[in-house]
Design a protein around this ligand. Structure first.
Ligand code: KG4
Length: 338
């Protein structure tokens, strides 16, 4: 019998619900919250309220689009953390309430596992998925990790950031350039028009497979500060070159440690996940690296790079088949690693 899982994601500022049938996607509905745009970042209180408004229509729409009845659902998977506690509480409470009403089990999902396992979302029966083990470069607003994925249940962090995440480097530098939040996609678009070699920003010298992005951020800020002294229009006149050079430096930092991880493990399948994996430069760099080294690249559709419930449903599916359910007294957690 095929398993039908309802996934619910509410860890940050996207309310999402998805239905999968044995990992084949039947629906994936995402309501993004526009309310934060004026604030230059996600406002937790406003995010929780928007989740409250969105969750019933989003789940109803996911069920309707999948063409199933509520009673067909075998389990409800929800993001338990990491994320904003108020936002997580909305999804967790809703999942529990619906599960009680339908008399179905609930499965708690680590949001980061969701990003890693997004490569198992099947759009149809022919979707190619990675074999285990594979390496996953998980790059988002809050994380930058190289993970050795031994199985859906066994993930080892080989390296991670010791300060800012790659997404923070994009967003914080974009903010000082006066770009809207989150700045990553704006840098991506500007970078396409600019010269990536025009500016040199500092790269970290850290042993092993760990990342650091705070030095890059500081060197970016110092460049702007120095140049603005003699030319108040410096940012406006050079924004494409600034974006291209910043993006190229972030990519170089990411690829340097990924290359080390490949050499260290000898693993030939490389996946990327998380919001920053939507970046055109990152996607091209991974594909190019894999082509040159005869490795297999797994680059998710942009839709599955940012927060979505399809990946939560898939991660839930793997726990469901092991009957790894959670208790109705379990609570969300704001912080957790893979
Ligand atoms: O995974 P995600 O949606 O949220 C979490 O952190 O959980 O990632 C959001 C991050 C933000 O920092 C955003 O700027 C970045 O992903 N991002 C991008 C792009 N699209 C989203 N960064 C660079 N280029 C993009 N195209």
């Amino acid at each position: 019998m095929a398993n039908i899982i309802l996934g619910i994601e509410s860890s940050c500022d996207d309310t999402s619900a998805a239905i999968i049938k044995d990992c084949v996607l039947m629906s994936n509905v995402i309501a993004s919250q526009k309310v934060h745009e004026d604030y230059g970042g996600v406002v937790p209180e406003l995010a929780s309220r928007a989740h409250q408004q969105n969750i019933v229509p989003v789940v109803s729409e996911a069920i309707r689009k999948a063409g199933i009845n509520k009673a067909d659902i075998d389990a409800i998977a929800f993001t338990r953390g990491p994320g904003l506690l108020g936002s997580l509480l909305v999804g967790t409470s809703f999942a529990k309430g619906l599960a009680l009403a339908l008399d179905k089990p609930i499965v708690d999902v680590n949001h980061l596992h969701g990003h890693v396992l997004s490569h198992f979302i099947k759009e149809d029966e022919n979707t190619v998925t990675p074999d285990f083990p594979f390496l996953c470069l998980l790059i988002s607003g809050g994380n930058s990790q190289i993970i050795k994925v031994n199985s859906p249940y066994d993930m080892e962090i080989l390296g991670q950031t010791i300060d800012d995440a790659a997404g923070e480097a994009f967003d914080k530098c974009a903010k000082v350039m006066g770009l809207p939040y989150p700045g990553g996609p704006f840098i991506d678009r500007l970078a396409a028009e600019g010269d990536p070699k025009r500016f040199k920003f500092s790269k970290p010298h850290i042993e092993g497979l760990n990342y650091s992005f705070s030095g890059l951020k500081t060197s970016f800020l110092y460049t702007l500060r120095d140049e603005l002294k003699s030319n108040p229009n410096f940012i406006e006149e050079n924004k494409a070159d600034l974006a291209a050079s910043l993006q190229a430096t972030i990519i170089a930092i990411l690829m340097d440690k990924l290359d080390k991880a490949v050499k260290l493990t000898g693993i030939g399948q490389i996946a990327i996940g998380g919001g920053v994996s939507a970046n055109s430069g990152v996607r091209n760099a991974i594909q190019h690296y894999c082509d040159v080294h005869h490795l297999k690249a797994f680059i998710p559709k942009r839709l599955f790079t940012t927060d979505n419930a399809a990946m939560i449903a898939v991660a839930g599916h793997f726990k469901f088949i092991k009957k790894d359910f959670c208790s109705f007294s379990d609570v969300p957690f704001a912080r957790v690693t893979v």
